[in-house]
Write a protein that binds this ligand. Structure first.
Ligand code: NAP
Length: 313
């Protein structure tokens, strides 16, 4: 089969399409013929940054990047009872860890996958994995109906799911993006839009119950000023907070924390049901051919993706 091998961190030229052996599923795994893969900022960061690559993959080289897949089951491990050959499945595979997703076939734990609902394409299913799980895992235990919630980067992969999930919970949602994506953000159900390029959100909102920060740095510090004492902020980009942010949070009893999404079949089942009910709808911004996967990385690098970028295999 063909897969993208990464021998060392660096530019997109390091993603090398190669012939490799098809994986064999272990007892708890499914072998999936991959039809679509989604690409996330974390894929780009790990591909680019040697330290991060070592942190996630140790000394394993070459490796196959990627975690978000949708495809068809072609073989089943001995212990798997809830899937059959021919099932269409999707999920976030072994995150954080070795997902091996940039390949024509992936062996993945059955417990990370669920069946694709009727009416959802492989591209849409692949799009509803890491980013959607992040939004779900962050929001569902932390917000309730009536909460006033700020979602930064509401037009992005995580943000566009987060707006839809927060609205389903019954929150009042304020979200940032550039003016270009105002209509998109409002179409997802956001109650208010703030253009981060021409407006200062910290002057326009106050008394927030929760902030989902997909940006970090200054945005986190300013978000603290508009969060109610005793409430919380989840930051996605990095676990590093400035001393200023930590001290302000302590004084105001605001819980600021980094959050890392993890593979979880029960949560995938929730997303599947949300797709079926129409509670969430993934937005596939662009699709790329498997041979152009490196171009999909460049698109994600722009930081201007609306919804998700998908590679069709
Ligand atoms: N820790 C975790 O588990 C976890 C999970 C998922 C993601 N993340 C991290 O979370 C971040 C966001 O991920 P993502 O997949 O949502 O990224 P993404 O899809 O690439 O985000 C792109 C979007 O961000 C918007 N944007 C860019 N700068 C902005 C700003 N200053 N204020 C508001 N919006 C801005 C852009 O809107 P415009 O085009 O309108 O500018 C664009 O629509 C990344 O750093 C990612 O690595 C972490």
């Amino acid at each position: 089969m063909q897969a993208y091998l990464l021998h060392k961190a660096g530019g997109i030229e390091n993603l090398i399409l190669s012939d490799v052996d098809k994986p064999k599923p272990k007892a708890n795994e499914l072998l999936i013929e991959v039809k679509a893969i989604s690409i996330n900022p974390v894929d780009v960061k790990i591909r680019e940054m040697p330290k991060l690559l070592d942190q996630v993959y140790g000394t394993d080289r070459p490796l196959i990047l990627g975690w978000d897949i949708a495809g068809v089951v072609t073989a089943i491990g001995d212990d798997v009872t809830n899937f059959k050959v021919g099932d269409k499945v999707f999920g976030l595979v072994n995150f954080p860890g070795h997902g091996n997703a940039y390949a024509e076939y992936v062996a993945a734990p059955a417990e990370h996958l669920v069946k694709i609902p009727n009416g959802t394409s492989f591209a849409e299913a692949a799009a509803t994995t890491l980013a959607a799980l992040t939004a779900l895992q962050v929001l569902s235990p932390r917000i309730k109906a009536g909460d006033k919630v700020l979602i930064h980067a509401g037009s992005g992969g995580v943000g566009h799911f987060a707006i839809q999930i927060a609205k389903d919970i019954g929150a009042y949602v304020i979200s940032t993006s550039s003016a270009d994506n105002k209509d998109f953000v409002l179409s997802l159900g956001a109650d208010e839009h703030i253009d981060y390029e021409t407006q200062d959100f910290e002057e326009l909102v106050s008394d927030l119950d929760f902030v989902l920060d997909a940006i970090g740095g200054d945005v986190l510090e300013k978000s603290l000023q508009v969060t109610k004492d005793g409430k919380s902020i989840i930051s996605l980009p990095t676990p590093q907070f400035s001393d200023k942010a930590k001290s302000y949070a302590k004084q105001h009893d605001i819980d600021i924390a980094f959050f890392n999404v993890t593979s979880n079949g029960d949560d995938m089942q929730t997303l599947k049901e949300m797709l079926e009910k129409g509670t969430i709808k993934p937005h596939v911004f662009k699709t790329f051919a498997f041979t152009d996967l490196a171009q999909a990385h460049l698109q994600v690098e722009t930081n201007r993706t609306v919804g998700k970028v998908v590679v069709e295999v």
